[in-house]
Design a protein around this ligand. Structure first.
Ligand code: FDP
Length: 338
């Protein structure tokens, strides 16, 4: 049966059906991943509904707390975090959770434990909430290293060890993009059905793009390869057209556009933030995993992003990710610098 073609007809390919199909290719699978994913999907639906209602429900505004990074938390951040933590714990399939909103990792009590570790940012791009710009949830999934007592080392694994990663974007539509290591697929929430339907099968990022995406306000503090790269985007010397600049300032939205249209997203190191801004476990790794699965690349300025071994759960790293050839260009500039 051609499942992909069916998704465009009346035989709808929901995310659950899609994952069950994948599961059936692995007879040894007990369905734990499918169950875990269904709890993540529930969290995404809840947050989507809360984001849509935020203005009406007066949910927007400061909750009066600060998170680990010293940022002001919005009520929606707090709410989203609670929803995801509860959904993940109640799945019975997780043992360690790392959330952007919580200083410490959560170790699930033994009676509810499973074999997966989930790292997530429940509501990324929160500075955009009040003006209605697209925001999102980002997640990465690891398997515990062994059956013994879980330790923090189970989540301090390189990104290449993730078994799955994805994001859900709350925008003009609600889109969930997922990879379990065999390509990337996108699902759009049909609000009337309450189901995510396969709308973007087997996403492949173009090899080269026409867009660069960076906060140029930080340019005076950039290192030389980043400065040279952005100069090249604007004033190419090889006769090609300059690239367009698009920067929303909400990682999920900027990465989603990069994945679909091609190009490059940069959050480099600068003199003020030598490790960049974005968090390794729940921003850099999941997005790098998706990019590689879609045929692109992700680079930290020093190495392949997914080879990085984090030492702390809230560690940051510079990141350059997107179309294969565009990332090759920035890699060449860093190599020349050495
Ligand atoms: P935000 O501060 O609004 O939560 O890491 C968070 C993030 O947004 C990313 O979503 C976004 O890509 C980046 O920060 C934007 O940072 P700048 O405002 O420094 O450009």
């Amino acid at each position: 049966m051609d499942h992909v073609a069916d998704a465009y007809r009346t035989d709808l390919m929901t995310i659950t059906r899609f994952v069950l199909n994948e599961q059936s290719k692995h007879p040894e699978s007990r369905g734990d991943f499918t169950i875990l994913l269904s709890h993540i999907v529930l969290g995404c639906k809840f947050v989507c509904s809360a984001v849509n209602k935020a203005g009406l429900a007066k949910l927007i505004g400061l909750a009066g707390e600060t998170n680990v990074q010293g940022e002001e938390q919005k009520k929606l951040d707090v709410l989203s975090n609670e929803v995801f933590v509860k959904a993940l714990v109640s799945s019975g399939r997780t043992c360690i959770l790392v959330s952007e909103e919580d200083e410490e990792a959560t170790f699930v009590e033994p009676s509810k434990r499973g074999k997966y570790c989930v790292v997530f940012d429940p509501l990324d791009g929160s500075s955009n909430i009040d003006c209605g710009v697209s925001i999102g949830t980002i997640f990465g999934i690891y398997m515990i290293k062994d059956e013994g007592e879980p330790t923090i080392e189970d989540v301090l694994q390189p990104g290449k060890n993730m078994v799955a990663a994805g994001y859900c974007m709350y925008g003009s539509s609600c889109t969930l993009v997922l990879s379990a290591g065999r390509g990337v697929n996108g699902f759009t929430l049909d609000p009337s059905l309450g189901e995510f339907i396969l709308t973007h099968p087997d996403i492949k990022i173009p090899n080269k793009g026409k867009i660069y995406s960076v906060n140029e306000g930080n340019a005076k503090n950039w290192d030389s390869p980043t400065a040279k790269y952005v100069e090249k985007c604007k004033f190419p010397k090889d006769g090609s057209s300059p690239k367009s600049l698009r920067y929303i300032g909400s990682m999920v939205a900027d990465v989603h556009r990069t994945l679909l249209y091609g190009g490059i997203f940069l959050y480099p190191a600068d003199k003020k933030s030598p490790n960049g801004k974005l968090r390794v476990l729940y921003e850099v790794f999941p997005m790098s995993f998706l990019m590689e699965q879609a045929g692109g690349q992700a680079f930290t300025g020093k190495q392949r992003a997914l080879d990085l071994v984090p030492k702390k759960i809230h560690e940051r790293s510079p990141i350059f990710l997107g179309s294969y050839d565009d990332v090759e260009d920035i890699k060449a500039l860093y190599a020349a610098e050495e």
